[in-house]
Design a protein around this ligand. Sequence first.
Ligand code: COA
Length: 336
Amino acid sequence: MNRVKIAGTGSQVPSGVITNADLEKIVDTSDEWIVQRTGIRERRQVQGEETCSRLSSEAARKAMDQAGVESEDIDLIIVGTVSGDYPFPATACLVQDQIGAHRAGAFDVSAACSGFLYGLSVGWRMVQTGAYKNVLVIGAEVLTKLVDFEDRGSCILFGDGAGAVVLQASEGDDQGEILSASLFADGTQNEVIWIPVGGSRTTHSLESFENREHLIQLDGRAVFKFAVSTMRELIQRGLEENGITADQLKLVVPHQVNLRIIEAACKKLDLREEQVFINIEKYGNTSAASVPIALDEAHRSGLLEPGDLVLLCAFGAGLTWGNAVLRWGNVQGAKS
Ligand SMILES: CC(C)(COP(=O)(O)OP(=O)(O)OC[C@H]1O[C@@H](n2cnc3c(N)ncnc32)[C@H](O)[C@@H]1OP(=O)(O)O)[C@@H](O)C(=O)NCCC(=O)NCCS
C-alpha cells in the first residue's frame, strides 16, 4: 500500500463581498449580533461568469501548480458540493473540461459541509491502493444562490468559494502522509438542514417557489447543539485513532461553521488558540469549501512545516461528519 500525501493546495473565492452592513439593509439584523453570535464579518458571492465549476477549476490549477502536475497527469477528480452548476452533469466533469484533464475520471460527492472530507477519504484510498497516481479533491460551493435572503437565521451564515488538494503517493523521505480518515452519518436527521423541493421527490411548482421551499431550510439551534459535541468527538477520535495527544497537534483545521461552536469544542479539549485555524470572519460558512480553503491559507501563510500533525474535521447536512489526520510533507508554496 502507498503512503499518500497532500502534494499541493489551492483555493479561490469569488470577487463579490457581502458585509454584515449589506445584510442589515436586507433583513432585521445587526453587525453586532452577527459578529457576537457567529464571528462572521463578511462572506464572498459569485458575480457574472463566476460559477461553482470555475471556482473549482481555479482552486485546482493552483493546487496542481504547487504539486508540479500537468492537466494530463490527473487521473481522478472528486468534487464535494451540494451547489454545483447543474443538478447533473457533475461539476467534476465541468472541471475536467475546464482544466483539460482529459484522462481523468470525474464525479461529485454529496455530503454537504463534510463533502471535502468524504472526497479526501475516497481519494486517499484510491492512491493508497495504487489504482490512481494523481487525484484532485475539491470542495466547492455557491450557497449564496441557495440561501433565503428573507431568513435572517440562515442568510447571514453562508458564502461561496472553492478549495482543492492534489493527492499523490509519498516517496523517499517525504514525511507527508494521510494517517487516518473517518466518515459518519445519521440519516434520521435529514430535515435539520435541507432543501425540500427541487429533487425528484417533489419538483418545483409555483406554490413551492412562493413558500421558498427551493431554498435552504435550517434549524440553526438544533445544529448548534449537535455541532459542538460532534466537533469535539471528531477531534478526540482523531487523536485516539492515531495514539496522539492534543498538544502534539500543530493545527486543527475545523469546518468554519460558527466561531462560538469552534471555540466551545476546542476549549474542552485544551487546545491552545494558535492550534486552531480560523478564517470564518472573511468567508462565513462555505460548506464543503471551508476546510480546503482554510488548509490552503494555513499552508500558504507558512504555518505548516514538514512533520507537523494536522487534524481536519467537518459536519453538515445529512447529517454527515468526518475527520482526517495527516502529517504535513514537503509542499511548495509556503510563505517563508
Ligand atoms: C444560526 C445561529 C447563528 C443562531 O444563533 P443562536 O445563538 O443559536 O440564536 P437563536 O437561533 O437561539 O436565536 C436567538 C434570537 O436571535 C434571533 N435571531 C436569529 N437570527 C438573527 C439575526 N441574523 N439577527 C438578529 N437576530 C437574530 C432569533 O430570532 C432569536 O430571537 P428570539 O429569542 O426573540 O426568538 C446558530 O444557531 C448556529 O450557528 N447554528 C449552526 C449553524 C448551521 O446550522 N450551519 C449549517 C450546518 S454546518
